[in-house]
Design a protein around this ligand. Structure first.
Ligand SMILES: Nc1ncnc2c1ncn2[C@@H]1O[C@H](COP(=O)(O)OP(=O)(O)OP(=O)(O)O)[C@@H](O)[C@H]1O
Ligand SMILES: [Mg+2]
Length: 264
């Protein structure tokens, strides 16, 4: 299996301080596999994802170490290269689908605009690609969806539209940062099923989650972060069956309690 992403000794600091908020984080991701990143709020999960997507403003953040996509180093890549990769080959799905869309513009117009910003494509072709992408996600009545305002759709529907959009450029890697947290159970399961399908198709998943149930369902491997550091790592089986760190045990216990003792 090809190694798609390799993060080595990643350190992230807030300028002008030198104290890092992410410290020596290393992990690798192979095609068709998934890695869950778990850890309490503020442990550095989102910052790590954003650094992979090159979304951290260099005026604010100092990033060192290495982030390789296939054989290419992203940290030293120029703007043009980054634009070609991040958002297309490496796509990110964020926590709150409600904030990802402009509430005053119809879904179709936003999809067309996004596509036209990334590709040399006519409006009509962008519209057709948009419809096709929504159909691939098994979304119902796609023409009608394109003609809807975001506020008229459920969070689950919007999250599936975001996933559909993120797949348009045939990514190798999907970073899902708490992608199901804001959804109800039915929509959570629908989104998790879609992510599972992607994995079966060879896409590598980096899953950030508070929820060990999500990790159990989708992840092959898990890293546990605390205060910017990886404090434990292992296969999903290792982490669930025999966590070594007290912190991991606590997280696991809290997650199980929250789910009403039900991890499926
Ligand atoms: N734009 C920013 N400016 C300054 N500090 C930031 C910024 N973004 C994040 N931080 C700090 O970096 C640390 C890690 O934040 P991060 O958002 O990665 O946490 P997280 O693990 O994703 O938490 P959560 O589970 O709540 O999403 C936190 O201490 C946070 O305060
Ligand atoms: Mg976060």
């Amino acid at each position: 299996m090809t190694e798609l992403l390799k993060v080595s000794k990643l350190c992230i600091g807030l300028k002008p301080q030198t104290f890092p908020i992410v410290k020596n984080v290393s992990f690798a991701l192979r095609e068709g596999t998934s890695l869950a990143v778990v850890g309490e709020s503020g442990s550095g999960k989102t910052i790590t994802c954003k650094s992979i997507m090159q979304l951290l403003n260099p005026k604010t953040f100092q990033v060192s170490g290495s982030i390789r996509y296939r054989k290419t180093e992203l940290l030293t890549m120029d703007e043009k290269g980054i634009r070609a990769l991040c958002g297309s080959k490496i796509a990110m799905i964020v926590q709150n689908p409600m904030t990802a869309f402009d509430p005053t513009v119809k879904i179709g117009a936003q999809i067309v605009e996004t596509l036209m910003a990334h590709q040399r494509i006519s409006k009509r072709d962008a519209y057709a690609s948009g419809i096709l992408a929504l159909q691939k996600m098994n979304l119902p009545r796609c023409e009608q969806l394109m003609d809807s305002y975001p506020y008229t759709l459920s969070g689950g529907m919007l999250q599936r539209i975001i996933i559909a959009l993120s797949l348009i450029h045939e990514p190798d890697i999907i970073i899902a940062d708490e992608a199901t947290t804001s959804l109800d159970v039915k929509n959570q399961n629908m989104v998790l099923d879609e992510l599972e399908k992607m994995k079966r198709n060879g896409i590598a998943l980096l899953l950030v989650t508070h929820d060990f149930g999500v990790a159990a369902k989708l992840a092959d491997n898990v890293i546990v972060m605390r205060e910017g550091k990886i404090i434990e790592r292992g296969t999903v089986y290792d982490i669930f069956e025999s966590p070594r760190e007290a912190y991991t045990k606590e997280l696991l216990k809290a997650s199980i309690l929250k789910r009403g003792n039900c991890i499926d």
